[in-house]
Ligand binder design. Structure first.
Ligand code: TPP
Ligand code: MG
Length: 583
């Protein structure tokens, strides 16, 4: 079919005046398909889009709300936070090749956590003259790439370029269906300027006929075999990181673990999967539990333990369950696996429950429950001792800071942790309250994701806990600007040890007797004279305090949370901490 592009129709054609341009049709289609927000960082490629937004304001056509972000990593982190809470698919648009380059790290974070996002970028105009949208700036030559999507192709589930208006509906619906199919993830669509500047072809939007794929049901034979392993086990164990990504799995796991008396350890959780107070909750360190287990059920966990630190016994049976239980997008992952079951946690646990119900040995389960209760009491006493030991330390101890945050926050507050919060010092009793940074660990995620979370849950208290390093990676000026601009008041808590502690810990772990370990000032560790973070927040109209005295922390937290709640202002506490952290 001959396209409008080939027919060289410009925006001055009469029908264009009525129907607008393809960008307008695209925006209306996104809104129609349930995309609420378009997070954007603009360039010359946005001209047709901006024109379309102006037209939509006049005509009243529904379009996604535009959310400006002054850095691409912020735009994607905000979309990540929004999608993580809402489970909807947000869109992001960045400026051609250079904008794509800037968003890749944040896109990798979202991809590894299966957050569906429609990532889009303009393309440099294809034509040098002659069309509406043809090149008219000197950058339009140098910014073009042979394969713009190639930069991000390894990270996204699908990529494409919109080549003509006629294909718009199919392309958008396919993009959204793939992003929303489990395991979810970002997709990437490039939008050449002439294509989106062309007159709209179809003002009507046909109903979506491209449903996301339903998840597969767990295989009955594999469930029966896995149930047998668990039924025969004396010391079964569940390891998870992300079962709670599905909020229904939170309750399902609690019921399953309790009924069959199987302890749960959450290793590096990104989504809490079990209430903090649950009797089967054995914390966050899998090493001692993995070592003695005789059957391990791995639920949505990419790295259930660190093999160089611990290994299960040779005869321990290991079952991996998840929407992609082998993590097929990871180049290497060699955890022992006797059975791998593809399916959602809810369906897997339901099937395992039925299979286990028959021969369930309640006497054995009751014995295990008692032993687990003792073990849990010991763990809790250890956590208590750690925070008591830190209570009077200056610089502040992250365990004590974590505890104070827990006491100060609302019990239903949403907390995003980019490294330094100790989850064992906190209480999260419901799903969707605790979010850890992506397993890809592209630093700078937390503050932007917190803004996106607030957008999704405007009535919730939202707290982002970040290291000083993570905070600097997040583009603080851009973050505080976006918080004020979009009226998204959140509390940022910086655990500031004035260093990249993780780099230091890693060097010491690899070279415990090395020269660097004995040095006072190894390079690439200490950050030196950092700016006053609280002043950055204040300069954007927020509340800010620096905390150096452990006794002053509860008061500072109360003041900062009051500023967020009552004055609807963002707030930042720069908490001067000692080393510590678990990264
Ligand atoms: C984009 C990116 N660059 C570099 C790293 C490597 N890295 C991992 S942790 C870390 C330091 C984090 O510092 P901070 O947030 O202050 O936490 P701390 O380690 O001091 O507790 C660095 C640089 C990374 N994960 N991501
Ligand atoms: Mg630090």
């Amino acid at each position: 079919m001959e396209s409008r592009l080939e027919r060289n129709e410009g925006p001055n054609q009469p029908d264009a005046k009525i129907a607008g341009n393809v960008a307008g049709a695209y925006l209306a289609l996104l809104a129609d398909r349930g995309v609420d927000y378009l997070f954007g960082n603009a360039g010359t490629d946005f001209a047709p889009l901006i024109e379309a937004y102006a037209r939509a304001a006049q005509t009243g056509v529904a379009v996604p709300r535009p959310i400006l972000a002054t850095h691409e990593n912020l735009a994607v982190a905000m979309a990540h936070g929004y999608g993580m809470l809402s489970r909807r698919i947000p869109a992001v648009m960045v400026h051609v090749s250079v904008g794509t380059a800037n968003m890749i790290c944040a896109a990798m974070n979202a991809a590894r956590e299966n957050v569906g996002i429609l990532l889009t970028a303009g393309r440099s105009p294809l034509t040098e003259t002659g069309l509406s949208g043809s090149r008219d700036g000197y950058i339009h030559w140098a910014q073009e790439m042979y394969d713009q999507a190639g930069m991000i192709r390894e990270i996204v589930k699908w990529d494409y370029e919109l080549r003509n208006a006629e294909q718009l509906t199919t392309v958008v619906d396919r993009a959204l269906a793939i992003a929303a199919s489990e395991p979810r993830g970002p997709v990437y669509l490039s939008l050449p300027r002439e294509v989106i500047a062309a007159p709209a072809v179809e003002p009507v939007r046909p109903p979506a006929r491209l449903a996301p794929a339903a998840s597969p049901a767990p295989d009955a034979g594999a469930i029966a075999a896995a149930a047998q392993f668990l039924a025969q086990a004396k010391r079964p164990l569940i390891v998870t990181a992300n079962a709670g990504r599905d909020t229904a799995a939170f309750a399902a796991l609690a019921a399953f673990a309790e009924r069959f008396a199987i302890p749960v350890v959450q290793h590096r959780p990104r989504y809490f999967s079990l209430p903090s107070s649950h009797p089967m909750n054995l914390g966050f360190n899998p090493a001692p539990l993995v070592k003695r287990a005789d059957a391990i059920l791995v639920l949505e966990s990419d790295v259930p333990w660190i093999p160089s630190q611990v290994a299960p016994q040779a005869d321990c049976k290991v079952v991996h369950c998840g929407l992609d239980p082998l993590f097929t997008r990871y180049p290497i992952r060699g955890f022992p696996c006797d059975i791998a079951i593809t399916g959602s946690t809810v369906t897997v646990l339901a099937a395992l429950s039925s299979a286990l119900a028959d021969g369930h040995d309640e006497a054995a389960a009751a014995l295990r429950r008692r032993a687990i209760a003792d073990e849990r009491a010991t763990l809790i006493a250890g956590w208590q001792a750690a925070r008591d030991a830190g209570a009077r330390k200056a610089p502040l101890d992250p365990a004590w800071v974590s505890h104070c945050i827990d006491r100060a926050k609302d019990p239903t507050a949403i907390v995003l942790n980019e490294y330094t919060l100790f989850p064992e010092q906190c209480s999260f009793e419901y799903p969707d309250l605790y979010f850890g940074s992506s397993s890809a660990s592209g630093l700078g995620w937390g503050p932007g994701a917190a803004l996106g979370a607030k957008l999704a849950r405007p009535d919730s208290e939202v707290v982002a806990v970040v290291g000083d390093g993570a905070y600097m990676f997040s583009n603080p000026a851009a973050v505080h600007h976006a918080s004020a601009l979009h009226e998204l008041p959140v509390l940022f808590i910086v655990m500031n040890n004035s260093m990249w502690g993780a780099v230091d810990r890693s060097t010491r772990a690899m070279y415990p007797d090395g020269l660097a370990s004995r040095s006072n000032a190894p390079p690439f560790v200490r950050l030196g004279n950092l700016p006053k973070f609280e002043e950055i927040c204040k300069s954007a109209g927020g509340y800010g305090e620096r905390v150096e005295d452990p006794a002053a922390l509860p008061g500072a937290l109360a003041r900062a949370l009051a500023a967020v709640k009552n004055e609807k202002r963002q707030a930042l506490l720069d908490v001067i901490c000692g080393p510590g952290g678990t990264a």
